[in-house]
Design a protein around this ligand. Sequence first.
Ligand SMILES: NC(=O)c1ccc[n+]([C@@H]2O[C@H](COP(=O)([O-])OP(=O)(O)OC[C@H]3O[C@@H](n4cnc5c(N)ncnc54)[C@H](O)[C@@H]3O)[C@@H](O)[C@H]2O)c1
Length: 290
Amino acid sequence: MLKLSPVLKWASDLVQKVKPTSLDKTKNKLAGKVALLTGGASGIGYSIAKSFLKNGLSALTIADIHKINGTEAIKDLTLQFGEDKVMFVECDVAKTNELDWTFQQTLKHFTRLDIVINNAGIMNDAAWENEIHTNIGGCLTGTLLGLQYMSTTSRGKGGVIINTASIIGLIPCNGFPIHTLTQHGIVGFSRALGGHYKRTGVKVICICPALTQSPLIETAHKNTLNRYFAKTFCKEVEGCYLQHPDAVGDGLVKIINKAKPGSIWFVENNDHPHEIRFPKFVDMINEKLT
Ligand SMILES: NC(=O)c1ccc[n+]([C@@H]2O[C@H](COP(=O)([O-])OP(=O)(O)OC[C@H]3O[C@@H](n4cnc5c(N)ncnc54)[C@H](O)[C@@H]3O)[C@@H](O)[C@H]2O)c1
């Protein structure tokens, strides 16, 4: 029986448990690979950086808008994993030219690119234009650039693109309708690109963490459309457990090889990732009104 936090119990029919034994445990599966990670200066992104490097990743670019946190993250990762493995590029993912520059710098510095993780995001419906440009724009541009640089149909040798969405990409959050829009968008976009793998050699997958300790979630209640939405949000998350961000980083390492193109994964309660099983379209249609 799956154990889900209270807010998620009603969505349990979407979640398919993947047995721990069937998860990929091979160490060094990332050896020789180079990754570009957005929003890696903090929270979930920083944990993804740590997990990937711990599991053999050869080199990593962290692209983040926060220069101080980014520089600090690089210092910590260099201490843990050695010199010349990580590079920081100050970048606003909402700006195509800055993100493209980050891709170019990665290829120039590390000479190859195999994995792109579009993880930068904000939860701020009060600043919804920026939220849309960062969450949807950043993921969209990062994915298109990932395809441009890695697709076998252009200049690349294939690769993996991982988009970070959220549980709020699977079920609506009434306190955050605009954040819901951005996260549902990322899920649909990633699913739609699954069908292009054979042609491009680039596997697009999506990870949907449940509530996870990070500055984003800890300040979210201050960033709603107004105080009514804040109240609704506080009720929705009341009693919910905040998992450790390492669960997302470690979870991604477990699924990166075995995940099917276009598949959507859910990480909750510091547990192994679950694949999301979407209902068949016929089962979604209600009886016809007469
Ligand atoms: N924390 C949660 O409960 C939770 C749950 C599900 C999904 N997520 C998603 O996980 C991702 C990471 O969030 P987090 O919780 O680790 O938050 P976080 O605030 O700790 O990290 C987000 C990072 O993105 C960076 N960033 C923000 N805007 C940017 C921009 N325009 N350009 C470049 N970098 C930018 C920030 O500087 C920060 O380093 C987000 O996409 C978020 O929506 C978080």
